[in-house]
Design a protein around this ligand. Sequence first.
Ligand code: OOB
Length: 567
Amino acid sequence: MTAAPLDAGAPATTPGVDSPTWPAEFAERYRAAGHWRGETFGGVLRERATAHPDRIALVDPAPRRRTWTYRELDRRADRLAAGFAARGIGKGDRVVVQLPNTGEFVEVVFALFRLGALPVYALPAHRETEIAYFCSFTEAVAYVVPDRHAGFDHLALATKVKERTPTLREVFVVGDPGEHTALADVDGDPSDLPAGPLPHEVAFLQLSGGTTGLSKLIPRTHDDYLYSLWGSNEICGVDADTRFLVVLPAAHNFPMSSPGWLGVLYAGGTGVLCPAPDPATAFPLIEAERITMTGMVPPLALVWTDAAPGSAHDLSSLELVLVGGAKYSEAAARRLEPALGCRLMQVFGMAEGLVNYTRLDDDPETVVTTQGRPISPDDEIRIVDDEDRDVPEGGFGHLLTRGPYTIRGYWRAPEHNARSFTEDGFYRTGDIVRRTPTGHLVVEGRAKDQINRGGEKVAPEEVENIILTHPAVHDVSVVGVADDYLGERTLAYVILREDAAPLKPVHVKKFVREAGIAAYKVPDLVEFVDAFPQTGIGKVSKKGLRSTAATAERQTGRPRRPRPPQH
Ligand code: OOB
């Protein structure tokens, strides 16, 4: 493992070290403050299983209802870990996990935690381009998939990826394994499992939203992530009676840790895995499972807010709904509590670390007009201008942050780290914020070249690179345009080659889809132009393109409402 604390003042990246970590003086401070408790995920599950073995940890309601007590989850994690170990998976190995919201997802990640092997959290929507990259970049030894999900054949994808990735020895499948290994057959005697990881070591690799062509990987340690969990639990009031519905994809940082299914397991409560986020699936589950808490992105909150008043289902068990991942409009926020009959909490977080919540004792105006304040008294916040100078209190600026659960660098990305972190270890979030006198942050915009499509992050460069490989395309620029429902949609401006046969928008979209990337990255709109607006120094002006898009929108009217985000 390579996450041992560096000496204070050590260079940001040391040869042979996968990612920079907290300097010793910070690590000591966070331990002394009681933020880092010296626990590991595997250890926490074992403790809970010993303290309350028969309590229900997990419910997977579909297609037939299955439950796991804490004892059962702990035992299965152990036996699965032993089975993985027998197949040569060990401490520090990377395993790409691409599973939908099922009990097996939780079993697999706890088994890997036990071994100190690192889950790499792919989303169910990822396709060949993304998965092949995660597997090759992390030199993954194994890949875990469902046989089919949402009509997609994951087995065929796994076969292709395995052919392309020399390090990939095993594909484990939930369901019919075809030529691969059934996860259900992975089992072993856990009596001589090797020693597990240490609390300061990396527990998993989370994906960054990405501003460049490819997602960066975010190394989170047991100590730091567990702090974000119990810190979130205290703020959200999560305890052993909490029944949390996981409606967003379980591999995403928000439903995992804010406070999420890991938070609720830390507290000894119950996590219920929702197979799809729409009201037709979720509302009956809220009634049947007496759900008390859930979290979702703003477009989904809009759908729930519209659907709840006319619903025949009893939603009265719901106490708290967290909304975040993208800017939640004040008007929409005001409608949630009356419609759902529960409290609203806004959350502004990032997989790199920092998470802000409005508080249960905030006045209602603060809850609907701000995105909350940090979890920890040791979260350091700076709001700076383009030259990294602090702006006057209350002014807008770039949000920089450093703290006990915010990474000091991405995994194996020294060049990127030099740009994304200041020399003294602050993470450049790329968000433009201001701070209210109460210390709450209001997200006012974004400086990073990223599109936030209803909480799903799209790196324009990744989509541009695909469109550029089309033989008829001379140049392309992908921008976000305002959308009432998703917040933003993606628009690709395309300049065709002079000698190219005419193309239609649908051809460009099909080309992107067939390149094998997640469907949410396919441009919503495509427009053909003769030239891009230029900035003063001759670079394509994304700002210019965005304002062109806004004008075009007004002239053409809005297209029909897109579907809510899917798993
Ligand atoms: C969450 O994590 P990521 O890593 O997918 O995205 C982080 C970015 C932030 O830097 C910001 O640009 C945007 O998503 N964001 C928000 C927001 N919450 C996140 N922008 C405006 N308002 C908000 N409330 O999205 C995430 C991680 C943990 C908890 C919640 C969200």
